[in-house]
Write a protein that binds this ligand. Structure first.
Ligand code: SAM
Length: 209
């Protein structure tokens, strides 16, 4: 299968109905220096998951400029709960905050500014959906903390999990091993049922049994 051709077809198909594509979202903001955000196919996937499962509590690890947060929040806003999202870079977090206000979803998002490694072990709440999208080295490091605060029946979603087979720029090569380790943890965890989807840079989705 020619995945480039397939992805192009799917993106074109949905572009006509997209509220704001990734390209438009980036063009609309002042800050230009930030870590890449998810692709439009991952946004469609997250929207579908949130719409279908109506998670009361969502935790996102890795906010960046808030693209994925905003799309999840627009659905959460309809049934009235909150997303907690964590970002360690203050400048990027400030842009995310502004984007939340501009998108009219600020009341549905709690932005925690700091290192997820320090914040996560102190979170006492449980979550219906955890979206892991921060530094790839954190995925396996925070795996057990995530499992602890994920409700039974809750979903763990992680982006960039196809790094081991993607044609990555040399600067990302040291992240391959850590993602491979995370994937093995998910696949071999007796408490999780999962699959890895070839969207974005590879999205793993797992439900806690
Ligand atoms: C891939 S981006 C998130 C993209 C975002 N989810 C989106 O698609 O709109 C990852 C973000 O995680 C942040 N990050 C990296 N390490 C972190 C850590 N230890 N704690 C909190 N945030 C972290 C980075 O600053 C970066 O903005």
């Amino acid at each position: 299968m020619d995945f480039n051709k397939i992805n192009l077809y799917i993106d074109n198909l949905y572009e006509q109905n997209a509220e704001l594509t990734k390209k438009e979202f980036i063009n609309n903001i002042k800050l230009k220096d930030f870590i890449p955000i998810v692709d439009d196919d991952v946004i469609r996937f997250l929207k579908l998951v949130v719409q279908a499962t109506k998670p009361r509590r969502i935790l996102e690890i890795g906010t960046s400029i808030g693209y994925s947060t905003i799309y999840m929040a627009k659905i959460v806003k309809e049934y009235g709960d909150k997303i907690i999202t964590i970002e360690c870079d203050e400048k990027i977090a400030a842009q995310a905050k502004q984007n939340f206000i501009n998108a009219g979803v600020a009341d549905f998002i709690e932005l925690k500014i700091g290192d997820a490694k320090e914040i996560l072990p102190n979170i006492k709440d449980e979550f219906d959906l955890i979206f892991q999208n921060a530094d790839k080295k954190l995925y396996s490091l925070l795996f057990n903390d995530c499992l602890k605060i994920l409700k039974t029946g809750g979903l763990l979603v992680a982006e960039d999990t196809l790094f081991p087979v993607l044609d990555l720029d040399a600067k990302w090569h040291d992240l391959i091993k850590t993602i491979e380790q995370f994937n093995q943890m998910v696949v071999n965890c007796p408490n999780l049922e999962s699959t890895l989807l070839p969207i974005g840079k590879g999205v793993i989705i797992a439900v806690k049994k």
